[in-house]
Write a protein that binds this ligand. Sequence first.
Ligand SMILES: [Zn+2]
Ligand SMILES: [Zn+2]
Length: 198
Amino acid sequence: MQITKACPECGNVEFNINSSFENYELICNNCQNQISKISLERYVQLEANCYNCGSKSFKVKVKKLGDRELWTAVCTSCGNTPRKYCSDEDGNEITYDEREKLILKNDEEMYFQVNNPVDENYDVEEVISNLEDEIDEREEEIRLLKVEINSKEDEIRVLKNELDDRDDEIQDLNKRLVRYINNMSELQEEIDNLRKDY
Ligand SMILES: [Zn+2]
Ligand SMILES: [Zn+2]
């Protein structure tokens, strides 16, 4: 069922169109009451003057479709519907292709926003920053451990040198001992010989 909308304040059935981005308002041209705000398709705007005759006065037909009301403005003078055109957010007329690109870009931005909510993104950055700090700390610990290992290796080297020196000394002492033992045996032999002779 289709009805002709009347102003609830004064009963007038002629309206002006207050056009804006993706929607328009219907204003009673008798009492200036705002009747309704009507949504348009995305990146679409409605001309406030009749494209055919230039009239600013429109009648409105409302059709119920389920829960929704479909509003159609019709020029009071010539019966034409007001012209719709593709527009950017500032209301500038654009081509259909430009509109498609804007919708695509807008969808990508919305997709990006949905998948990367600002707060979550911030949280992720916070986590990354904390992990980077931890890596820095670990790297410092590793550096200190390497320094300690190096100093221990130096100590081991010094001890090894000392050990080598001690080894050398022991060998020397051994040689001397062998010499003394030989000497003693020679001396003993001499003593034995002397006793024989005596
Ligand atoms: Zn009115
Ligand atoms: Zn007209």
